[in-house]
Design a protein around this ligand. Structure first.
Ligand code: NAP
Length: 285
């Protein structure tokens, strides 16, 4: 039976550490780190994410600046707001909640945020820095996963790791981080003819597909580490991951549950990136 990787517990521990570091930061510099979150439109799921980010800021002791803009906001108006926040010394992190309405070019938004305030690490400069292994910020979900692996002392050097999914937010940066952690990395995607044949050879399987029960028990080897990034709803509307948890739990050495695994780490890593940004702004003065 696999050991359950408790994302809630690790997240709470990291947040506790961030609270302490924030107290020291405030004592030293006389102000708190600040995170600006922009939401355009009224997507219900996005509203919940934004609310949770604000709550996390309050809990840790950051200043939180929220901008709720109507769906008809023009791209120019949004870019102007980002430029204003880029120039605001009280703001250390800027995040535009995805998805944005279709008339707004998300890539343009991502590349307008100053790389030094890009706590989501989506700016092409930050993406490139991750590639060369010299980075300040890592996208929050992959960052949370490496934090979980470290928290449980899971060996990565020399291990084979398969990442299923190649999105810019999860799959690609995740694969790169595992490469930096000295894994031999393979990426599977929708055009991979036999994903199971690849995952069965892996010591670590990271599933970021977005399909419930995608990773079945017969697709992993005995003792594999299973990291389930998926956040899906099953036929009964219950939140579930990409793995068939019951089957994989029997074979894996470690497994993340959904909910309570990778999910709780994501906002915590955003908070970690925000403090890092504030520290860097002081170091670079
Ligand atoms: P995405 O952009 O839709 O990417 C999904 C990836 O899965 C794509 O690369 C796709 O391949 C691949 N895929 C689809 N069907 C496949 C198949 N049959 N075999 C192999 N690969 C297949 O999704 P995402 O943003 O990366 O998110 C993935 C999942 O993680 C979602 O459930 C999302 O909700 C969840 N998520 C969770 C968190 C968290 O905090 N826990 C954060 C972000 C995302 P192609 O590229 O070939 O299309």
């Amino acid at each position: 039976m696999a050991k359950i990787i408790d994302g809630k517990a690790v997240s709470a521990k990291v947040r506790g550490e961030l609270c302490e570091k924030t107290v020291s930061f405030k004592e030293k510099y006389g102000y708190a780190p600040g995170l600006a979150v922009i939401i355009v439109g009224d997507d219900p799921a996005s509203k919940i994410y934004v609310r949770n980010k604000k709550k996390a800021c309050e809990e840790i002791g950051y200043n939180s600046f929220e901008y709720a803009l109507p769906a008809e906001t023009s791209e120019e108006e949004l870019l102007n707001l980002i430029e204003k926040l880029n120039a605001d010394d009280a703001v250390h992190g800027i995040l535009v909640q995805s998805p944005v309405p279709r008339h707004i070019d998300e890539k343009k938004i991502q590349s307008t945020i100053l790389p030094s305030k890009d706590v989501d690490a989506f700016h092409p400069i930050n993406v490139g820095k991750i590639m060369i292994g010299d980075y300040d910020f890592v996208p929050c979900t992959p960052a949370g996963i490496t934090e979980l692996l470290d928290a449980y002392g899971i060996e990565t050097a020399g291990k084979s790791c398969v990442v299923i999914g190649r999105s810019n937010i999860v799959g690609k940066p995740m694969a790169m981080l595992m490469l930096h952690k000295n894994c031999t990395v393979t990426i599977c995607h929708s055009r991979t003819p036999d994903v199971g044949a690849v995952t069965r050879e892996a010591d670590i399987v990271i599933a970021a597909v977005g399909k419930s029960d995608f990773l079945t028990g017969d697709m992993i080897k005995e003792g594999a580490v299973v990291i389930d990034v998926g956040m899906n709803r099953n036929a009964e509307g219950k939140l579930c991951g990409d793995a068939d948890f019951e089957a994989c739990e029997k074979k894996a050495s470690y497994i993340t549950p959904v909910p309570g695994g990778v999910g709780p780490m994501t906002i915590t890593m955003l908070m970690k990136n925000t403090l890092r940004s504030a520290e860097l702004s002081e170091e670079n003065k």
